[in-house]
Design a protein around this ligand. Structure first.
Ligand code: ADP
Ligand code: MG
Length: 360
């Protein structure tokens, strides 16, 4: 019997680099999904193919980290993580189709893990937080990518017209209404197509800055001083570390402010907070680029309610909230500014909060 399971990509509305500081983020699941189709058999292996990659890869059910590399390692990692957790995994053949752009920062990796996990565990009751942890373990320990839980939680808990308030200390996920279309507002997703080569080392440096700042003020994570105000950072020795930490504390506050504004359907206010978040990522956290700044600034100058880079930084995507009747004009202004500056043509789409992982 053929089993089909799908899971979406995600985009973070606000709350950037807050996860490893045990703060808060507010992602949505995207309408683009990855679909995994499993034809189970008595085989002791899975044969995996994808419309997004060449060739067929054979994954023995007893696979261990290091056995499979490349794109199929995301599926092999899920097989391994499930077996490590004591679950049995069927053999057979898997085919993958996906609409999630690969490597754009929209989490095609978590979409693939969560869809594969769903297909391989049909009939088993594993709650969504445990699923997220299994998928993360696959990505961290099998694939070897040191990522947090944001992507998997978004893909698993996503729901139509809903953003997800994630608390990274308790790992609680709370739904927040997110339906700009009901207010004649559009969420534009602008993929710069800029990919930076130094993301990993820059990410590590930001984490270290945050850890040093926390240690300077005598706490383990910046979360612990969230309620003490920015003067709590007076004890941070290095001025760069202090700026990095200031981004984290102000960004957490912006997450709360966006949640409050969304509860009032006040997209003008949400837009303003988006723009403030971009400025904080640019000036305090130092993770934007001239190319990304140009996209965000042009969107706002052309009439967007607000715009910010989303994701880890140094390229990737910008999101902008725009009144419906301005959306085409903002897109056109961004395209022409980017072209005039000699950067790659951006990919601009209108997006919305969609359902999370599910059968079918
Ligand atoms: P992102 O998650 O932002 O798209 P990552 O680098 O984390 O970027 O993950 C992208 C990788 O995940 C790809 O290089 C590929 O190895 C794998 N991948 C994701 N989706 C697919 C797919 N549909 N088919 C094959 N491989 C995929
Ligand atoms: Mg990824």
């Amino acid at each position: 019997m053929t089993i089909r399971y799908s899971a979406p990509g995600r985009v973070n509305l606000i709350g950037e680099h807050t996860d490893y500081n045990l703060g808060w983020s507010l992602p949505i699941a995207l309408p683009q999904r990855t679909v995994v189709t499993l034809d189970p058999s008595d085989s002791d292996a899975l044969e995996v193919r994808s419309d997004g990659a060449d060739g067929v890869v054979r994954i023995p059910l007893t696979t261990k980290p290091g056995d499979v590399t490349g794109w199929a390692s995301y599926v092999a990692g899920v097989v391994w993580a499930l077996r490590m957790a004591g679950h049995s995994v069927p053999g057979g053949s898997i085919s993958i189709t996906s609409e999630v752009p690969i490597g754009s920062g929209l989490s095609s990796s978590a979409a693939l893990e969560c869809a594969a996990l769903g297909a391989l565990t049909s009939g088993l009751h594993i709650d969504r937080l445990d699923r997220a942890r299994l998928a993360q373990r696959a990505e961290n320990e099998y694939v070897g990518a040191p990522t947090g839980l944001l992507d998997q939680l978004s893909s698993l808990f996503g729901a139509a017209s809903t953003a997800l308030l994630i608390d990274f200390r308790t790992l609680s996920v709370s739904p927040v209404p997110f339906d700009p279309s009901a207010s004649d507002v559009v969420l534009l997703l602008i993929d710069s197509r800029q990919r930076h080569g130094h993301v990993d080392s820059e990410y590590a440096a930001r984490r270290l800055s945050c850890e040093r700042a926390a240690a300077d003020v005598g706490v383990v994570s910046l979360r612990e001083i969230q309620d003490r105000g920015l003067s709590a950072l007076d004890g941070v020795t290095d001025p760069v570390d202090a700026r990095r930490a200031r981004h984290v504390l102000t960004e957490n506050q912006r997450v709360f402010d966006v949640v409050a504004a969304l509860n009032d359907s006040d997209f003008t206010k949400v837009g303003r907070i988006f723009t403030a978040s971009h400025v904080s990522m640019r000036d305090d956290f130092g993770i934007t680029t001239a190319h990304i700044d140009l996209i965000a600034d042009t969107a706002v100058a052309a009439g967007a309610l607000g715009a910010r880079m989303t994701g880890g930084g140094f390229g990737g995507c910008v999101i902008a909230l725009v009144a419906l009747d301005q959306a085409d004009a903002v897109g056109a202004a961004v395209r022409s500014a980017v072209r005039a500056a000699g950067y790659d043509e951006p990919v601009i789409t209108r997006t919305f909060a969609a359902d999370g992982a599910m059968p079918g």
